[in-house]
Write a protein that binds this ligand. Structure first.
Ligand code: NAD
Length: 483
């Protein structure tokens, strides 16, 4: 692990095996962090912020470090890409994209670090008021396994740009690219203690970060159940929280949509990254008049998706991230069958020579809104198709979930597209596309999909406190008390 500018073993001397999901083989043994390790990292981050002067480092210097880190990621892009595929299983093509995006995220926030963002306010004389933004302080950052490097970038880049110090806890399932990132962070010259990377179990290291009174903010990406635990753990010192949680996002296709485009994005929406995407279009809402024809075209293409080892150049969809996760997704397929939905394709494992945790792209039709496969996040390559009659019906079904992360609409009627998007209770929406994500735009959910936003200027502001500074321009006693 990387604590206070050094690589250390876990204080209990324990290690955890890291497995390649495409083969089931152990590919690395990494340090397993303890509560003591988390506390040591918090102390280092505290000292770096309070005493060693990171908070006073100029915005330009912080920007230069972040630019250098972005360059270093690009210089090591090949290695990082292969590590990501090895550890997470995603096809090289996807990993390449993630690594490039991670570099760009650091670059985006490097640019933002130096932009003015205060206010001067005209308050009644004799005062002049300024509003400035300051770093929150020590930030605990907990991330999942589906985009290991990219999630690390989404967390570290805005926090460091704003002048905070960080303790990042990667998922215990996919720690390798974050460890490589720690090397680059060290090499480009971040002062010791500014970034710490602690490995280990969520309930141990993550919980310690969320509970600690020496942590000023906790930023979490992961499941909604874990998010709730983190929110509770954070109450001790009422630390700031931002939560990026799960989803069950609707992808709405009207009969007047461009058919080929809508089929294509419906596939991409649910089967990219083997469906292990928080914003996946896991519910496909089809207008009744095109339902049958659309499902037929979709099933036909889903069956052709090449599932296999991410290192194989032809692979279009990799394995699920772990045996445990594969079994969880399979349980949902069983639930779907028991609930009476029709399995149109998939539903079974794909035999790949290497072994591994491969599942075929799976599509259910004849669903009802109350089914668990329609309501609950499966986080795998499983699509639930729903049928709607008209615009109102589509909106009602789309919003009929506790989640509110993302949603899309496909139609050639631009006014209708806007009407539907306006009514969607979700933070990320698309018209005639699915999934494009930009470092420049805010990412996060309504309802139980989270609190706060990442990325863009919104994501930067989440790592700042706002201070008003009132200056008395008529320096004399107030005279309020006469005695
Ligand atoms: P998870 O909630 O199981 O774990 C996420 C992280 O939290 C891991 O690092 C884990 O170790 C840690 N953790 C677990 N229990 C903890 C606890 N009690 N206290 C503190 N930390 C704890 O999620 P996962 O299975 O790794 O990832 C999948 C989930 O992440 C899905 O629900 C998905 O929707 C969500 N996700 C959301 C976004 C988003 O931006 N909204 C992005 C990616 C993933």
């Amino acid at each position: 692990m990387y604590v206070d500018g050094e690589w250390v073993n876990g204080s209990a001397g324990e290690v955890r095996e890291v497995v390649n999901p495409a083969t089931g083989e152990v590919i690395a043994r990494v340090a397993e962090g303890t509560e003591d390790d988390a506390r040591a990292a918090i102390r280092a981050a505290r000292r770096a912020f309070d005493e060693d002067g990171w908070a006073e480092v100029t915005a330009l210097e912080r920007a230069q470090l972040l630019f250098r880190l972005a360059d270093a990621i690009e210089e090591h892009a090949d290695l990082l890409t292969r590590l990501e595929t090895l550890d997470n299983g995603k096809p090289l093509r996807e990993a390449q994209f993630d690594v490039a995006d991670a570099a760009n995220c650091f670059r985006y926030y490097a640019g933002l670090a130096t932009k003015p963002h205060g206010q001067a306010v005209n308050v009644p004389a004799p005062s002049q008021t300024f509003v400035v933004r300051e770093p929150v302080g020590v930030c605990g950052q907990i991330i999942p396994w589906n985009y290991p490097l990219l999630m690390a970038a989404w967390k570290l880049a805005p926090a460091l740009a704003a002048g905070n110090t960080c303790i990042l806890k990667p998922s215990e399932i996919t720690p390798l690219s974050a460890l490589m990132l720690s090397r680059l962070i060290h090499e480009v010259g971040f002062p010791r203690g500014v970034v710490n990377i602690v490995l280990g179990a969520g309930a141990v290291v993550g919980q310690t970060l969320a509970e600690s009174h020496d942590v000023d903010k906790i930023a979490f990406t992961g499941g909604t159940v874990t998010g709730r635990k983190i929110m509770q753990a954070a109450t001790g010192n009422l630390k700031k929280i931002s939560l990026e949680l799960g989803g069950k996002s609707p992808n709405i296709v009207f009969a007047d949509a461009d058919f080929e485009t809508a089929v294509d994005y419906a596939l991409f929406g649910i089967f990219a990254n083997a469906g292990q995407v928080c914003s996946a279009g896991s519910r496909l809402l089809l207008e009744a008049s095109i339902h049958d024809q659309f499902v037929e075209a979709l099933v036909d293409r889903a069956k052709k998706i090449r599932v296999g080892d991410g290192f194989h150049p032809d692979t279009e969809m990799g394995p699920l991230v772990s045996q445990q996760h594969l079994e969880k997704v399979e349980r949902y397929i069983q639930i779907g069958l028991e609930e009476g939905a029709t399995l149109r394709c998939g539903g079974e494992r794909v035999r790949v020579d290497s072994g591994g945790y491969f599942l075929a792209p799976t599509i259910f039709t004849n669903t009802r809104p109350d089914m668990r496969i329609v309501q609950e996040e499966i986080f795998g390559p499983v699509l639930a198709v729903q049928k709607f009659e008209d615009e109102r019906d589509a909106i009602r079904l789309a919003n009929d979930t506790v989640y509110g992360l993302a949603g899309a609409v496909f139609t050639s009627d631009i006014a209708k597209a806007h009407r539907v998007i306006q009514k969607l209770r979700a933070g990320i929406t698309w018209m005639n596309t699915y999934h494009p994500t930009y470092n420049e735009t805010p990412w996060g959910g309504y309802k139980q999909s989270g609190i706060g936003r990442e990325l863009g200027t919104f994501g930067f502001e989440e790592y700042t406190e706002v201070k008003q500074i009132n200056v008395n321009l008529a320096v004399k006693p107030s005279g309020w008390f006469r005695g």
